[in-house]
Design a binder for this molecule. Structure first.
Ligand SMILES: O=P(O)(O)OC[C@H]1O[C@H](O[C@H]2O[C@H](CO)[C@@H](O)[C@H](O)[C@H]2O)[C@H](O)[C@@H](O)[C@@H]1O
Ligand SMILES: O=c1ccn([C@@H]2O[C@H](COP(=O)(O)OP(=O)(O)O)[C@@H](O)[C@H]2O)c(=O)[nH]1
Length: 529
């Protein structure tokens, strides 16, 4: 990332249109303002300059245009969809590690979005991203206590990076900005901003599951993290089950108590908690799929299949995605349904992910071996049953590949939402749709009731589901597809964004005391170095 200017407030104001100027409905703060209690002198000072709200999105992964290869991942796909409409500031990690990172964000303007990103030092990357975020928070939230690594240094690094990101974001913020923080990398960010005196509305959305308290309490600094949520005005999850698990954790740890209509009192602050299932840009995905026959990769793939049916899986190479169990289920299906030998091909598109994390490295080897072994034992000279590919495929080609598939195989062991499931459905041909086989442990299963729901741990049941899907009559396929499309057309990515921001707008005036010293998260000083 060379030659990008540092941000100035003036440039930022010129560049980023406000929420109000955009087509996306902003939280109705004007109405709320009339009901609010009188402001303190400090908050009046902060809120004086602008009556327009700008959306500020914070996430670890930021798809800065023109920088590096695009990383596959649902968070950036969803947020790109959301921010495209409203415009605003998108702040986070540049994706780069450098020797001496500066604390001033580098800025890239693209259309109505201002991207402001920070590099990480190798140590920060190791401790905060590859360490605490992806070796403690990720496995715990995906119910994998067997994979949790607890290192005090990584925990410290996590809080240190959060504090540093808050300090770098501070000079970019305007008094009336609506700040929307995303995902497990940045749970303590609002507490750090409050400590610096910011009174803006702040919402948090968790893209991954939140487990029941017996599992969640395996997190190091568990109580400290729960207190950190108390600095937000709204905390959102993909499913009611995740939101409920979280509320129970608060109550069980005596950190938050329900005060009615989805609000909890955490410390001296009222926090709204709710479920906001993320959606996709359904119509544009369907359009892309309809015109994808012209795509060269789609064209070549179709030709290479001959008259075989296609089963498709698309996942980052992550242990949460259930790839080992899925290949095993496919293998079981072929063995128990010999009439389908050489009549079906399973393509598994699996970009590598988090390759610096040991659990991911191990899995890369294991899955590659398993795919090779399956082909060796099941395949024929003229038939490769599993095509296992570690490449990122762009959305245009993916849409076409989904559309030509008889089955979308989406069988994570645990997943916050899983956008691939939704994309597969949106891409289908209305008069001859394929079948979605979906894990009951994906957030998407709460919405997509027309899928064939499976328990991904049950190999034989998954194999039976594959055979059933391949034999499913057209009428049943259509019925299932139509019921899912109704949902996908209503709950789009725009609707998700709007619902969250409206709810954040409705949340009560932040109850944080004007004295930053008294906004401390209990024990917050214990962790950061
Ligand atoms: O940024 P990475 O470490 O490369 O990982 C990619 C993203 O993975 C996770 O995505 C989640 O968000 C999706 C959209 O809400 C959801 O459908 C999926 O179930 C989640 O796993 C992670 O939460 C993101 O922060 C990462 O960027
Ligand atoms: O080769 C690939 C693999 C995945 N994706 C996209 O990455 C996202 C994955 O999101 P999902 O919610 O399914 O899972 P996550 O990776 O975020 O856990 C989806 O939009 C996929 O279309 C992609 O564009 N190319």
């Amino acid at each position: 990332m060379a030659d990008v200017p540092d941000i100035t407030r003036e440039a930022q104001e010129r560049a980023a249109p406000s929420l109000m100027e955009s087509g996306l409905k902003a939280p109705d703060l004007s109405l709320e303002k009339a009901k609010r209690p009188p402001r303190t002198s400090r908050s009046r000072r902060q809120a004086s300059s602008s009556s327009q709200q700008r959306l500020v999105v914070v996430s670890n992964r930021v798809p800065v245009p023109g920088v590096g290869a695009s990383k596959a991942g649902g968070l950036t796909v969803a947020l790109e969809g959301a921010l495209k409409r409203s415009g605003g500031l998108w702040f986070g990690w540049s994706g780069e590690t450098v020797e001496n990172p500066t604390d001033q964000a580098k800025v890239v303007q693209s259309g109505n979005i201002t991207f402001a990103v920070l590099d990480l030092s190798q140590r920060d990357y190791d401790e905060y991203y590859a360490g605490f975020a992806n070796r403690a928070l990720w496995p715990v939230c995906h119910y994998r206590l067997d994979l949790v690594q607890i290192e005090r240094q990584e925990l410290n690094g996590y809080f240190r990076v959060n504090r540093a990101f808050a300090a770098s974001l501070a000079p970019l913020l305007r008094p009336d900005d609506v700040i929307w923080v995303h995902d497990y990398h940045f749970i303590p960010l609002a507490a750090e901003l409050r400590r610096l005196g910011f009174k803006n509305r702040m919402g948090f959305f968790l893209h991954i599951p939140w487990p029941p308290s017996d599992v969640a309490s395996a997190l190091p600094a568990y109580q400290q993290l729960l207190h950190g949520f108390g600095a937000y005005d709204l905390v959102g999850f993909h499913t009611p089950q995740d939101a409920e698990n979280f509320q129970r954790c608060l109550v069980r740890e005596n950190i938050g108590s329900a005060i009615g209509t989805g609000e909890h009192q955490i410390n001296d602050h009222k926090v709204r908690i709710g479920a906001f299932p993320v959606g996709i840009d359904t119509e544009s995905f369907a359009r892309a799929a309809a015109s994808a026959e012209r795509n060269a990769l789609v064209h070549r793939t179709k030709a290479s299949l001959g008259d075989r049916d296609l089963i498709i899986g698309v996942d980052r190479l992550d242990y949460s995605k259930g790839l080992k169990q899925r290949i095993e289920a496919f293998s079981c299906f072929v063995r128990s349904n010999p009439d389908f030998r050489n009549r079906v091909t399973y393509i598994q598109i699996t970009p590598k992910s988090r390759s610096d994390v040991p659990e991911y490295q191990r899995m890369q080897r294991e899955i590659a071996e398993q795919a090779g072994w399956t082909n060796g034992s099941l395949g024929e000279v003229d038939w490769t049953p599993v095509r296992y590919v570690n490449r990122t495929v762009g959305h245009a080609a993916l849409a076409g590949l989904y559309r030509m598939s008889r089955i979308g195989l989406v069988t994570p062991l645990r997943d916050g939402m899983n956008l691939v499931a939704k994309e597969f459905v949106a891409a289908q041909q209305p008069d001859d749709p394929g079948v979605l086989i979906l894990s009951r442990f994906a957030g998407a299963a709460h919405e997509l009731d027309g899928a064939v729901l499976v328990n991904p741990y049950d190999t034989e049941a998954c194999a039976t589901a594959i055979a059933r899907a391949l034999r499913m009559p057209l009428e049943e396929r259509r019925e299932r597809w139509e019921s899912m499309m109704v949902r996908l057309r209503t709950n789009t990515v725009d609707a998700w964004c709007q619902n969250f921001l409206n709810s954040l707008g409705d949340a009560l005036e932040p109850q944080i005391s004007p004295d930053p010293e008294s906004n401390r998260v209990p024990n917050a000083d214990a962790a950061p170095a």
